[in-house]
Design a protein around this ligand. Sequence first.
Ligand code: SAH
Length: 261
Amino acid sequence: MPHDDFPAGSVWLVGAGPGDPDLLTRKAARLIATADVVFHDALVGPGVLDLIPDGIDRISVGKRSGRHSKDQGTIDRLIVAAALAGKRVVRLKGGDPAIFGRTAEELAACTAAGITVRICPGVTAASAAAASAGATLTLRGCARRLTLVTAHAKAGEPLDLDWATLAAPDTTLAVYMGRAAAQTVMQQLIAAGRSADTPVLVVVNASLPTERIIRGRLSSLAFLVEAISAHDPAMLIVGEAVRATLSAEAPADADRAVVAC
Ligand code: SAH
């Protein structure tokens, strides 16, 4: 059955997932195949970009920490201009567009210009990182909350988070953009009462061939991220829920951990 959800002059904000093209939704793949122009950011995996048909305009508006190739206002204007020119516009974003994706700005810009805009969800990095490590993000009776938090602060400003809430022992923290602030996250969580022994998982380039999985304790978080390049996306996951993956070779230890919660 043909779809009628992508008329000329409309915009889809599409989640590209964490990098592996197999983690793209079928809907995202269809929208990419139908677009007249694709604007994408730097985190979109190369295998996903390969799905853009030949001859379709693909425009990198890549934003990476500290290296903004285009500011948000420019991106908004480019998308709006393309849609007003009658194009089917896909704006491809890493992970899920609704999670730390500057999607609100793009929605507002399109709506203000009278353009139809919709969102296609994607697999967010926290889910991909946990899956790669064979971990869960919640754990019955133990990790009842999952908090997605960004540790990105504006240049020159301190990281202003509600550490007391984040330090609650039944919370799993999925920290986006957390590499540079790892030491602050470690120190502030421990100062707010989170156990220094809390299991920590760091997943770099989740779902990509270059993926790395690093396991440790909160007390070693700053050390764990030391060797990670600023160019590689990294998810930090903190909480009892990831204890079961602390030692992949020792499931007996994991069993005890679950009982201990
Ligand atoms: N909208 C995206 C998040 C954008 S913020 C999503 O839903 O996943 C960018 C941050 O996401 C990176 O700094 C990193 O912390 C995380 N991230 C994105 N892709 C990742 C990947 N493949 N592996 C690990 N972390 C990733």
